[in-house]
Write a protein that binds this ligand. Structure first.
Ligand SMILES: Cc1ncc(COP(=O)(O)O)c(C=O)c1O
Length: 464
């Protein structure tokens, strides 16, 4: 056997594959998509980690750190809010070390990630949350994870606040890059999510050479790039230390997905959307000057993002863009899709939705018969907080449990979800069952709480 196992790449266990200074992920120079004459741009391909993403480093370090502190021990279960990659890494580290994982996550996370998490054995709790979990959202993934962590046996490692997240990069990614560039790196570029990557690498590289420029890239508001946060979302992130970075820039969805496509087609680099985003930012921020050596983190590869690809390049997914039988497939949405989008859009009309203040008045009996409030969120979220008197029929169970709806098709019904998104298709569903007087609550339970309407349990009681 070779003295250095990485020479032959023979390992005692899969955990031996985790990257380190001796076993770095590859650095690959980019040519065709880089318009520079002087500056050299290298991509660090993080899908060469054993479970497919940059977050494997973080998952391993969170677990190592908690074990060493004694906060995680055999018999414990892990709970972690995640936009996918941390969950995938933690699931596999957990499988290798005997810690089962539960992960509350947004139903907006790509189906590929949610399915593979389940395939890995994770207990996945899907929530009506935004793409990137927002600390403070009353029913978001992070709040749910914190609640679960109060149960005996559960341990929350919390990548959003835990210094072991940036420390993973201080211990591994940073030293790898320093060694791989022989100390010649001048610019480090990363997309911003929890900010563990930029903060840990930045601290390490600046400890070696304070002149290294540390640059962050973030997506536009309302973006469709899992794992990263817009400027507004970053304000809620504990590990975001802008004073430690030398520059930041915004990249649009279009720029990120277009460059992601070019990386795959022109460089044969199987980069995912956040890699396209990070590189698009690097091309804006890094100067084209002699001696410039920039390293850009490429967090994961394109294989997890088929559904995002279909959204951004519908012409590549004829099965979805094909429309009615006999219609030509094309880039435009099919007539069926247009009809469906239009129906959902039409539910915003004043007849099919109800504002918080109006529903509150109706529930006080001011305007005739009180409507039945049907809350379509998962049972745990309902138990946590709901409109007094509401019944819970989770969206995923609605068709099996339709017998629990009132027999009278004229009965007034209001559908409620977290933010008013999921209640709309369920309103349509009830209409398809013949209900004539069904509406959706605008802004969902979030808006109800924001407008300080009564809840069960009461919000003040919850806070205490
Ligand atoms: C695909 C992807 N890109 C970028 C990032 C951002 O990395 P960080 O959370 O270290 O800022 C993540 C983090 O989850 C990610 O999953």
């Amino acid at each position: 056997m070779a003295s250095n196992p990485h020479e032959l790449r023979v390992y005692d266990s899969v955990l031996g594959l985790l990257s380190s200074e001796e076993n770095p992920t590859p650095l690959v120079r980019l040519h065709r998509v880089v318009p520079f004459r002087h500056a050299k741009i290298y991509a660090k391909l993080e899908w060469y980690n054993p479970f497919g993403a940059v977050k494997d480093r973080v998952a391993a370090n969170l677990v190592r750190d908690a074990e060493e502190r004694g906060t995680l021990a055999p018999g414990n279960k892990l709970v972690e809010a995640t936009s996918g990659n941390t969950g995938l890494g933690l699931a596999m580290i957990g499988n290798a070390k005997g810690y089962p994982l539960r992960t509350p996550l947004s139903a907006a996370i790509p189906l590929e990630k949610r399915t593979v998490l389940r395939f890995f054995g994770t207990d996945v709790q899907e929530l009506d949350d935004s793409l990137c979990p927002a600390p403070g959202a009353p029913e978001g993934a992070i709040a749910t994870a914190r609640e679960t962590a109060k149960q005996p046996g559960f341990v929350l490692l919390d990548q959003y606040t835990n210094e072991a997240n940036p420390d993973a990069h201080f211990r591994t990614t940073g030293p790898e890059i320093w060694r791989q560039t022989e100390g010649k790196i001048t610019h480090f570029v990363a997309g911003l999510g929890t900010c563990g990557t930029i903060t840990g690498n930045g601290r390490f590289l600046k400890s070696k050479n304070p002149a290294v420029k540390v640059l962050g890239v973030y997506p536009e508001d309302g973006h469709d790039i899992p794992g990263v946060r817009s400027k507004r979302q970053l304000a809620q992130t504990k590990l975001y230390f802008p004073q430690e970075y030398n520059g930041e820039v915004e990249v649009t969805n279009r720029e990120a997905f277009d460059l992601c496509l070019r990386l795959n087609r022109e460089e044969s680099v199987i980069a995912g959307p956040s890699s396209g985003m990070a590189l698009a930012g690097a091309l804006k921020l890094v100067p084209d000057e002699p001696g410039v050596i920039a390293v850009v983190i490429f967090p994961d590869n394109i294989f997890k993002y088929a559904s995002s690809v279909c959204r951004h390049f519908p012409q590549m997914c004829p099965a979805l863009a094909g429309g009615m039988p006999g219609e030509a497939a094309g880039a435009a949405p099919s007539r069926n899709e247009q009809l469906m989008d239009e129906m959902i859009e039409n539910l915003k009309n004043p007849y099919d939705s109800v504002a918080v203040t109006d529903l509150a008045r109706e529930l006080n009996g001011a305007d005739g018969p009180k409507p039945l409030v049907v809350d379509v969120r998962p049972a745990e979220q309902f138990a946590d907080l709901h409109i007094p008197g509401a019944v819970n029929l989770p969206q995923s169970e609605l068709s099996q449990r339709k017998g629990e709806l009132p027999p009278d098709r004229n009965a007034p019904i209001v559908m409620v979800c977290g933010i008013g998104k999921f209640s709309k298709p369920t309103t349509l569903y009830l209409k398809s069952l013949g209900y004539r007087n069904v509406r959706s609550l605008k802004g969902g339970i979030n808006e109800w709480v924001r407008k300080q309407q009564p809840t069960a349990p009461a919000v003040a009681a919850k806070v205490n």
